[in-house]
Each structure stands twice: as structure tokens, then as C-alpha cells.
Design a protein around this ligand. Structure first.
Ligand SMILES: Cc1ncc(C[n+]2csc(CCOP(=O)(O)OP(=O)(O)O)c2C)c(N)n1
Length: 317
């Protein structure tokens, strides 16, 4: 768990540097500060479970085991990227790792996750579909449609609200009728009110294990609200200045990674073991960056290849 959190943190910090060098194409949304959620859920998943994420999906993709080099190359729009450089930061997908996509239309993927869960239910597997989304998404119709459908059909799906207190530039409490925008609405669908400290990877793992068990034994969906905070702005063009300095400071003190580091020290893990992990992650991020930079930009004649599931029927071209 410590290693994965370090990977997510160091990978995204490097992605930010590459963005500043104008090497990352398009916009990008980081989850620096929110690593414990992707880590706790990612580690509790089985390899054939399904992940659905928003445009803030780097961490969830890496948590499913997608290799750092090809993910970084994808951010740079290179042909050695996981989608041959044609998806970029906002559409990260790796079906072979169960990462079923990153979606820019907020709320849409909750309904798609229901479809994956329904398919697992019909096939009689014990797969679970997990949909991650932000607090602002709880005010979108698709959130309510997805929950209702999942409950009436007992689907093996877990909805995870990453409540980072802001929807884009708006504090969530200015636009929501209840203080916990996901958990306080669970009762409307007959679900338990589940809130977890989203900065504590162990607490997240524990909750994830219990809601996954429930889904696998056919007891239906769950809605989890993980309360956390993004260290930066909404996207990389946003300095996040609308947030009070003392709020940012208080959350930086609750940074999930130093907290986890401290917990491991108290459990008897040595400082040198932890710095060896940090160092090996730093080397892997370095290698990933080199791999990405060496990739070619896709050729123009590849523009319509792999865009359609059938490879692109001639009438479309
Ligand atoms: C259906 C839809 N409406 C509006 C938008 C524009 N939009 C982009 S991000 C965003 C805020 C999302 O906030 P939240 O769900 O809290 O996610 P976070 O960015 O905090 O992870 C909105 C409204 C969109 N992408 N999709």
C-alpha cells in the first residue's frame, strides 16, 4: 500500500513537471492528495473486477496494474502509450487490467458500471464493478438513475464518491442540500450510510473489502463516500486560489502518504526500508519518463484506426 501510494504520488508529480514543459498534451486532472482512495480500493479488487473512473483517472489506472511507462507515454500522446497516444490523460483505459475507461461526462460511467455489473451477474461470475466519481457528480441525474437501477436489480456494483470538497471551483456545500452529498442520500435507495476517511488507505481497504464481499455474495450494491482533498486545483490550468489558505494547510497536514509512513514506522518498519521503496519508485518513474519521451508521435494516417470497435468501417471514413 505504501509503495502504490508512492507510485501514484511520484508519477503525478512528474506528469505535472512534463505538463509545465509542454510535453503533456491537452488538459489533465491530478489526484495528488487523494492517493489513499485509489490505493485502498485498488488493493482490495480482484484482477478481473472492473474499474470505471472520471477524467481524474491516472491513479485508478495505475492501481489496476497498468504499467507506468505506457501510461506516461499516453499522457504525452505518443504511440507507445496504452491507447497509442490517442486517448490522453482524460480517457485512460486498459481493458486487460480491468480498467474500463475514464469518462469526461460526469455521472455517465455510473450507468455503464451498472452494465458491467449486470453482465457479471448474468454470467454468474463473482466480479464487481467499481465506479469512482466526485462529490459534484451526486447532483447529476445519472447518479440517482444508476443507484436506483443497481438497487432494484441487486447488481454487484460499488459506487465510490471521492469527496474532495469541491466540484470544479465551487465548494460542494454551496450546491448540495446535505453535508455528505453521497452518504446522506444513500437511505433514499435503501443503502447504508458509509463514510470513510479517504486519507487513510487502511480504513479505505477495510471498507472496500466489506462492500466487495457484499456484492460478491449477491447482496447488492453499496455507496461509499471517501472524504479527501485534492492538493492542487481542479485541472492543471487551475491554481486553486479560491480555497482558503488555512483549509489547504490543514489538509496538507493530513497528507495520506506521510501519515501512512508514520504508521509503518510505529509498526516497526525501518526508515531505511521506507526510503528504499521511495527510491525504487523514483527509479521506475524515471524509466517511465524516458520510455514515454522516446515514443513517436502517431502518424496522421492512424487517426481513424482503433477509434471504432470494428476498426473503422469504410462508410465512416
Ligand atoms: C454531464 C456533465 N456536466 C458538466 C460537466 C462539466 N464539469 C466538468 S468537471 C465538473 C465538476 C465535477 O466535480 P466532481 O464531481 O466533484 O469531481 P472532481 O473534479 O472533484 O473529481 C463539471 C461540472 C461535465 N463534464 N459533464
Amino acid at each position: 500500500m505504501y509503495e502504490l501510494q508512492q507510485s501514484l504520488r511520484q508519477f503525478e508529480k512528474r506528469a505535472y513537471d512534463l505538463f509545465m514543459e509542454n510535453l503533456v498534451k491537452g488538459t489533465s486532472h491530478l489526484s495528488l492528495g487523494m492517493e489513499a482512495v485509489a490505493t485502498g480500493f485498488g488493493r482490495a479488487m480482484h484482477s478481473d473486477d472492473y474499474t470505471f473512473a472520471t477524467y481524474r483517472g491516472h491513479a485508478h489506472t495505475i492501481a489496476r496494474g497498468a504499467p507506468l511507462g505506457p501510461v506516461m507515454a499516453e499522457l504525452l500522446g505518443r504511440e507507445n502509450g496504452i491507447l497509442k497516444g490517442k486517448g490522453g490523460s482524460m480517457h485512460l483505459t486498459s481493458v486487460e487490467h480491468g480498467m474500463m475507461g475514464s469518462y469526461a461526462i460526469i455521472g455517465a460511467h455510473l450507468c455503464i458500471a451498472n452494465g458491467a455489473a449486470w453482465s457479471a451477474q448474468m454470467r454468474g461470475t463473482d466480479q464487481v464493478a467499481v465506479a469512482f466519481f466526485g462529490d459534484g457528480t451526486t447532483n447529476i441525474g445519472a447518479f440517482h438513475e444508476a443507484l436506483n437501477f443497481a438497487v432494484i436489480w441487486d447488481l454487484p456494483v460499488v459506487f465510490v464518491c471521492e469527496n474532495n470538497l469541491y466540484m470544479e471551483y465551487t465548494p460542494i456545500d454551496l450546491v448540495s442540500a446535505v453535508p455528505n452529498p453521497a452518504a446522506d442520500r444513500a437511505a433514499a435507495y435503501g443503502l447504508d450510510r458509509i463514510i470513510v476517511d479517504g486519507n487513510d488507505a487502511d480504513a479505505v481497504y477495510e471498507v472496500a473489502t466489506s462492500v466487495f464481499d457484499r456484492a460478491r455474495r449477491g447482496a447488492g450494491p453499496s455507496l461509499v463516500e471517501a472524504v479527501t482533498y485534492r492538493h492542487g486545483g481542479h485541472s492543471r490550468a487551475d491554481p486553486g486560489k479560491y480555497r482558503p489558505a488555512e483549509e489547504v494547510e490543514a489538509w496538507l497536514e493530513r497528507d495520506p502518504i506521510p501519515m501512512y509512513h508514520q504508521r509503518l514506522l510505529e509498526l516497526g518498519v525501518s526508515e531505511s526500508e521506507l526510503s528504499a521503496i521511495q527510491q525504487s519508485v523514483a527509479e521506475r518513474v524515471e524509466e517511465a519518463t524516458e520510455f514515454a519521451k522516446q515514443g513517436a508521435v502517431p502518424a496522421a494516417d492512424q487517426l481513424f484506426v482503433d477509434v471504432w470497435s470494428d476498426g473503422g468501417a469504410s462508410w465512416r471514413n
